[in-house]
Ligand binder design. Sequence first.
Ligand SMILES: [Zn+2]
Length: 170
Amino acid sequence: MPLAVTHILVPMIFVDFLRDHFFKSHRRKWPNKYIFLVGVAGLIPDADMPLSILLTGTTQLHRTFTHTIWLPLIFLVLAAVSYALLRDLKVFGFRLWKSFLLVSLGISSHLFLDALLAGSVNLLYPLKDMQIGLNLIPEDWIWFHSSLDALLLLGWLIHEELEHNISEYF
Ligand SMILES: [Zn+2]
């Protein structure tokens, strides 16, 4: 399965890349705190692992409730509603509709990565059993997943250095 760092970095890199290359004029409206938020959201679905162990003593709840299409859909609806009704509302310095939108995106990224790289996800759980997954990388290829983490981090740092001279912050 993709490791935690991959689940955090992929949505962060995706949104950062969009911001830097396609929505450059809107860059100031999407400060780095939102990039951080989408990364955290990318990890949310796997919270079912410790929760499952805590509640059942096993991992049987893993890839059930938090690995469905419902979760990102709920956040997408919340984003639309808050955009329509509470567009300027901020909570802890985060604009609400943007936060809901990025949480939806982060969770979607998690589901996409799980389905693409390792095993399958049951997107319509518990309504219907519909496993979707390409399972491109065998589960025991831990070396691959940790190498992917390293390559993503390295690639992103190089991109950030070229675009934003991040070495000047150290
Ligand atoms: Zn997962």
